[in-house]
Design a protein around this ligand. Structure first.
Ligand code: NAP
Length: 493
């Protein structure tokens, strides 16, 4: 672990294994932090914040350091992509071509945006004084991240916090801590002062909860499941911490009869399978207008047959293994449940045999046709490659079914009619609506949830504001001993 500028073992000496999901074999061990380790990390972060070697320098100076981290990551793209693939099972094509370059772009944007914060104009909102707004760092931020984009999620949550001058304690997911520990190395070398960036590892139920309860931690920035997000609100309430949560999703993909079906089905495959179907933005519910549903489904099945599931290190692989054996069991449970609840399996859902990797957690992506909007595969986040295809009749039917889940993260609509598209953009209760596309999020735009997908925003200038307090500063302009409004107390005296 990296705490107060030093590499440390757990004070208990206990470790937890890290597996390669492609082989099911252990590739490393990392420390399992104790409550004392968490308390020490939180205290170090607090001291570093109060001392000000990071919190009190200018945004430009912090930006310069963070840009160095981006350059080092860029130089080490291939090596880091391989490590990310090894711990997550996602294809090397994706980590080299997308995850790493995008992460570098995210950092460059955040580092630059920290220098151009915007706010209300300073001015005389009452006649006798001038008001101004300051944005100030919150203090110590506990960052708890998921396993699906291990490096990128730390950047999305810890880097806007750092850019605004906070100190952070990062707890990566236990399945995937290795690239986060590498990041600590790079952050240290780039010149972030000791105690400002800390990484501690260990099970969320203990380490994550200890961070959430700690009095030296002022804020929690969590990305993960809705269930744990709710728990963190409860834990943080004892010290009234600010808790920012980015949670699960269940994205609808709405295809109207006038849509370009070839473009829609091409995107449907990528939207559902990117990141092995373990992406909170994945399209999972395909609502297709009745008149074109058969045509759409036939093309979808043809394209799915061409998807190559296999060793994620092979550049020809499209989809690698799921993260763990229990995650695969969970996805299979949902497939069975979907069939029990009236669905028809059209494609996949079985375990492929990958030569030499028999213990890996592979699963062929499944397509299920169903009309049951209340089915578990339609209502709940599976977090695996399961496509539910459902019919809809009218515009209102499509929108009401799409909105009928507890989640509200990503959504997309496919049509050539601008009026239909603009109405859908307005009526869909989701933090992102794509029109004739699915998944793209530029660094400049917010990634934010509605409903139980959480609140707060990653990326964009909004993510920087998340990690600040807002302060009103008032300057008296009269120089008088008794201002006009004091008559409320002094009356006619
Ligand atoms: P998770 O089970 O909620 O775990 C996320 C993190 O929380 C891990 O570091 C985990 O540690 C820790 N944790 C677990 N229990 C905890 C507790 N009681 N108190 C404090 N921390 C605890 O989620 P996941 O399975 O890693 O990730 C998948 C989820 O993340 C999906 O729901 C997905 O939609 C969501 N996600 C959302 C976004 C977004 O931007 N909205 C992005 C990516 C992923 P351990 O690993 O040690 O259990």
């Amino acid at each position: 672990m990296f705490v107060n500028g030093e590499w440390k073992d757990s004070s208990s000496g206990e470790n937890i294994p890290v597996l390669n999901p492609a082989t099911g074999l252990s590739i490393a061990e990392v420390p399992s932090a104790t409550d004392d380790d968490v308390a020490f990390a939180a205290e170090s972060a607090r001291i570093s914040f109060d001392e000000g070697a990071w919190s009190k320098i200018s945004p430009g100076e912090r930006s310069t350091v963070l840009l160095k981290v981006a350059s080092v990551i860029e130089e080490r793209t291939e090596e880091l992509a391989k490590l990310e693939t090894k711990i997550t099972g996602k294809s090397i094509k994706q980590t080299i071509g997308y995850d790493l370059p995008y992460t570098v772009d995210n950092i460059r944007f955040l580092a630059g945006a920290a220098r151009i914060l915007e706010g209300k104009a300073m001015g005389e909102y009452v006649r006798e004084g001038t008001s101004a707004i300051r944005r100030e760092a919150i203090g110590v931020v506990g960052v708890i991240t998921p396993w699906n984009y291990p490096l990128m999620m730390v950047i999305w949550r810890a880097f806007p916090a750092l850019a605004m001058g906070n100190s952070v304690i990062v707890k990566p997911a236990s399945y995937t801590p290795l690239t986060t520990l590498e990041l600590a190395n790079m952050v240290e070398k780039a010149g972030v002062p000791k105690g400002v960036f800390n990484v501690i590892t260990g099970p969320g139920g203990r380490v994550g909860e200890a961070i959430a309860r700690n009095k030296n931690v002022d804020m929690i920035a969590f990305t993960g499941s809705t269930e744990v997000g709710k728990k963190l609100h409860e834990l943080g309430s004892s010290t009234l911490k600010k808790v920012s949560v980015e949670l699960g999703g269940k994205a609808p993909f709405i295809v109207f009869e006038d849509a370009d079906l070839e473009a829609a089905t091409e995107s449907a495959i990528v939207g559902g399978l990117v990141n092995n179907g373990e992406d909170c933005a994945n399209s999972t519910r395909y609502y297709v207008q009745e008149s074109v549903k058969d045509k759409f489904t036939k093309r979808l099945m043809e394209k799915m047959k061409r998807v190559k599931v296999g060793n994620p290190m092979d550049p020809k692989t499209d989809v690698g293994p799921l993260i763990s054996s229990s995650q695969r069991d969970r996805v299979e449970w949902y497939i069975e449940k979907g069939l029990e609840q009236g669905g028809k399996l059209l494609e996949g859902g079985d375990r492929p045999k990958i030569k030499g990797m028999e213990k890996g957690f592979y699963l062929n992506p499944a397509i299920i046709s169903t009309e049951n909007q209340q089915s578990a595969i339609v209502q709940e986040e599976i977090f695996g490659p399961v496509f539910s295809v459902l019919p809809f009749s009218t515009y209102d039917d499509a929108i009401s079914k799409s909105n009928d889940v507890i989640y509200g993260l990503g959504s997309s609509v496919w049509t050539r009619n601008v009026t239909t598209a603009m109405n859908a953009v307005k009526d869909l209760r989701f933090g992102t609506v794509w029109v004739n596309e699915h998944v793209t999020v530029p660094s400049e735009m917010p990634w934010a949830g509605y409903k139980q997908s959480g609140h707060g925003a990653s990326l964009s200038a909004y993510s920087l504001e998340e990690f600040t307090y807002i302060k009103h500063v008032y300057f008296d302009l009269t120089g008088k001993v008794r201002k006009s409004w004091y008559s409320q107390i002094y009356g006619g005296q």
